[in-house]
Design a protein around this ligand. Sequence first.
Ligand code: SPD
Length: 355
Amino acid sequence: MSILVELASRSKEIGGVRVYKKNVERVLSALLRSGDFWEVVDMSDLPVPAASGIVKALVERGMVFIDEEENIRLTQKGLDLVKELGIGAYRDYVCSACEGRGIPFYAELEFYREFLQVTKDRPKAIRDYDQGSVTPETTVARVLFMDSRGDIENKDVLVLGAEDDLTGLAVALWRKARSVLIVDIDQRLIDFDNRIFKELGIDNAVARVWDLRNPFPQDILGRYDVFVSDPPETLPAFRAFIGRGIATLKEEGGVGYFGLTLRDSSVFRWRDFQVSLTTEFGVAITDIVQDFNTYITWDYHQETKAAQVAPVKRQPQGVWYRSAWYRIEALPGFRRWNEPISDDVFYLDEEGSTT
Ligand code: SPD
């Protein structure tokens, strides 16, 4: 068995998450660039327990050590291994102008400024519903991305869950949609959005409380051109947010947008999501923009499993949590699913750790 396969197997035992050789290679590559654990998670595109398991397995084998400032350092043995395997340091060629989104948020500067102004006293992300907000630049870029695909102008848009990102508010502020409905479980966000709509005289947008574990009422099903969401990464939550989102689409050609991350989910589960989308729900995945969505680290980080399983106590210093921006299109014969969900692992399972 090669050393990388052996390390992957041990990492899986420690972290409890599926890991293979490529993941170990990417952690080693990241460690040639940074000793900060959270940056390593980011660069290696892994769930936290997986990255932590790999680092701990490398420590066990004497290939890395953690110094007094909690930097993770390769030992001579580790350096010899990366040299022998031909693993180079992580290289970042992401476009600094658009931050890799392909859409610069400042393309519509007035809109960006208005969004910042209107949301300056926005509700804070709380742990109860696995909240963690994207940056305002991300929210604005989401709207511009959607508009560039013809998915806002004169469209009925539904934003379901994840209004901690204020994407529904931003779509309404863009003032091109025919109608905007925002549904979220958090009364604070619903009140915030409705207050802004009232103050600004936006009369084609409304927000209302809904727990997505419950089926949608008939007046929402088959009524929208576009839906937007950012689900927790468990399979039940994926069905509740995305499956139900698809059920609200009017017809073929209907569009869905959502974020999926590799920080709380493995590529194995991404495949499950993708199979479910393409075979069960009958939609095509038209876009996956990796790392489009950047998140502001939530105040409750220290209380999470991520902080507990990390090989260091040091907190993240900057952005480390990102998600890919998915766009899907409903094809003829797509399936509307709207069953109740009663699942204990709605927010957290073995791959997730940030709830
Ligand atoms: N618990 C904080 C993380 C919240 C971010 N959720 C993003 C989910 C991406 N689908």
